[in-house]
Write a protein of this length. Structure first.
Length: 213
């Protein structure tokens, strides 16, 4: 996937849902139901992929509905399964063995992250930084979250690799200046490939060296 002329990358920045944990289809179902309930377009669940809850609420729901929608998603997240994609644990361990710092950059809020921690504490413990939706003022596709993560890890953005699946997230990674690895877990290969530098099917049998680490 790389050649000898590629620079060595020094940090790995991961989106969460649809990249590390297999939850995007679950979210799609939830937001499709909520969209139908509130009279949103049929594309609503896909349109909001990668954006923060505060952005979803402010852009798509009347303030009088915010508390109700927020409670619904938090109740849902408290009980949903957080299952790692095949190969994720092995790939993260390989990066850690190389001393590569890692961060999660997610649009999820701190309440969702607490729910995740209950099921996958080791995943979060492996990270050197976690940037959630409460830490940014501008949602993806703005690169703010990835730029904050690079700063936290003390690595220039162009020496980072961003792993993303949503169209908004892929664009955020590109705007940050990082190398972008796309996964077609949420969107089709045809949609993902033009927005990334490298597309991978999954983390299974993937080595850090293949991506320039």
């Amino acid at each position: 996937m790389t050649t000898d002329t590629k620079p060595k990358y020094l940090a790995a920045l991961f989106d969460l849902d649809g990249v590390l944990v297999d939850t995007e289809n679950i979210y799609t179902s939830f937001w499709a139901n909520e969209g139908s309930r509130y009279g949103k377009p049929a594309t609503f669940a896909m349109d909001i992929k990668g954006t923060t809850l505060s952005d979803i609420l402010s852009r798509h729901f009347h303030p009088s509905m915010h508390r109700e929608v927020e409670k619904a998603i938090h109740d849902f997240e408290d009980n949903m399964p957080y299952v790692l994609f095949p190969g994720v644990r092995e790939f993260l361990n390989a990066l850690r063995d190389l001393g590569i710092p890692m961060a999660i950059v997610t649009s999820s809020d701190d309440k969702k992250m607490n729910s995740l921690r209950k099921q996958q504490p080791e995943l979060l413990e492996m990270m050197d930084a976690i940037i959630d939706g409460s830490m940014v003022t501008r949602s993806k596709p703005h690169p703010e979250g990835y730029l904050i993560a690079a700063t936290r890890l003390k690595v220039q953005p162009n020496r980072c690799v961003v792993f993303e699946d949503s169209l908004q997230g892929l664009e955020a990674g590109r705007r940050s200046g990082a190398m972008v690895v796309g996964l077609p877990t949420t969107n089709s290969k045809e949609q993902v490939e033009p927005l990334c530098d490298v597309m991978i099917e999954s983390f299974e049998n993937l080595t850090p060296a293949e991506l320039g680490f």
